[in-house]
Design a protein around this ligand. Structure first.
Ligand code: PMP
Length: 398
């Protein structure tokens, strides 16, 4: 039956972790996967999650959720994205469903897009999280790219981005990262978001926000949702994906939310029913446990405050590692400018290292990262930052 099946292409991110585990060097460092680690390099279970576990033990039923998933999770997620007092939430002008984390929410939307806008395509930033390309490809929605990152300045290519927005056909779908852009760590400023939003209005484009890192950019949940709120204020009907993988450290639990803003509550009911209809054939309904953890944390003021504090600890540690890495490189006398390490934000640093330099780091120093030179800041610790800086200096000094 399956003689025609060859090996699937390796995932550029997951294959790095495999190679890392196969390396027996005591000095090895994994800067590939975007998962938070503490200063000992260990995975972290947040205390708010442990407390929520204790709180729900014994009161959790294991029957499947109704098709709309955990209703509290959806409501609280919408408030996180749109604001506690947002009219969108008060008036029920959004179709919100629990989804299989950020990936599943993107996939659900891509299916919805093809079904109800079959002629449309999606514009993805260049570069973007590599899986975005796979998701829309598998949903059979053609994708194109728009300018985003400028390798020269190691910042935003704002002019080229705006040109692409202007030149795209009216009513185009654009995927935007509202904060902590993956892989570059480069976000538009508030003023630039306002200009982008304005131009989207002129062109009647559809803004689709993939928010995988709310709170991870600045440590402030509202601030990180600023782009979304600007667009909503300007009257856009947006789509929005939320993931709790990073900001609550729930990677394996697959908790997320998809919301689509609508003209009115009636339209929201129709859109929501279609999203549920698509999900029904793919996975029936989403899992219970992780969603209950998140809704418990979001609905309990004490646990919620604890979460925000723990979020700040994670952000402060990654920021400190940025400062230390840059300082170490400067102290080694690196001839290059490393300001972008501290200018970029979130989980990643788009280092500017070439694929050849990335290979040298791996072969000579047992340091693993994606070929595009993306460094997961979470993999850097007080214990390995000097070794890393020295290795980067060695491969970049001539
Ligand atoms: N979107 C972006 C931009 C991401 O970086 C990620 C995680 N790397 C995701 C979505 C999906 O993550 P998850 O499915 O774990 O929520």
């Amino acid at each position: 039956w399956w003689h025609n099946v060859g090996i699937a292409p390796k995932d550029p991110i997951l294959s790095i972790t495999e190679a890392f585990f196969a390396d027996s060097s005591p000095n090895k460092i994994n800067l590939g996967v975007g998962a938070y680690r503490d200063d000992e390099g260990k995975p972290v279970v947040l205390q708010c999650v442990r407390d929520a576990e204790a709180k729900i033990t014994g009161c959790e039923f294991l029957e499947s959720l109704s098709r709309q998933g955990n209703v509290k999770l959806v409501e609280e997620s919408a408030k996180l994205a749109y604001g506690e007092n947002s009219d969108v939430v008060k008036e029920g002008r959004f179709a919100g469903v629990q989804a299989l984390s950020g990936t599943g929410a993107c996939r659900l939307f891509a299916e919805f897009q093809r079904r109800f806008r079959p002629e449309s395509q999606i514009y993805l930033p260049s570069p973007t999280w590599s899986n975005h390309h796979n998701i829309w490809r598998d949903a059979r929605v053609p994708s194109r790219t728009y300018h985003y990152y400028d390798p020269e300045s190691k910042g935003l290519h704002f002019g080229a981005l705006m040109d692409d927005v202007k030149n795209a056909p009216d009513h185009s779908f654009f995927l935007l990262h509202p904060c902590a852009h993956n892989p570059t760590g480069v976000d538009p400023t508030e003023e630039q978001w306002r200009e982008i939003s304005h131009q989207f209005k002129v062109k009647n484009h559809f803004p689709f926000f993939d928010m995988a890192y709310q709170g991870f950019a600045s440590g402030n949940l509202s601030k990180d949702a600023q782009a979304i709120r600007i667009f909503v204020e300007d009257g856009h009907l947006i789509g929005c994906v939320q993931s709790f993988s990073k900001n609550m450290g729930l990677y394996g639990q697959r908790v997320g939310c998809l919301s689509v803003l609508c003209m009115n509550a009636k339209q929201a009911i129709a859109v929501k029913s279609q999203l549920q209809h698509i999900a029904r054939a793919m996975y029936s309904n989403p899992p219970v446990h992780g969603a209950l953890l998140v809704s418990t944390i979001l609905c309990d003021p004490h646990l919620r405050n604890l979460w925000v504090e723990e979020l700040k600890v994670m952000v402060n540690r990654t920021t400190k590692m940025r400062v230390t890495l840059q300082k170490n490189l400067e102290e080694l006398g690196s001839p290059l400018n490393w300001d972008h390490i501290t200018n970029q934000i979130g989980m990643f640093c788009y280092s500017g290292l070439t694929p050849e330099q990335v290979d040298q780091l791996r072969n000579k120093f047992h340091i693993y990262m994606t070929h595009d030179g993306r460094i997961s800041m979470a993999g850097i610790t007080t214990g390995n930052v000097a070794y890393l800086a020295n290795a980067i200096h060695e491969v970049t000094k001539s």
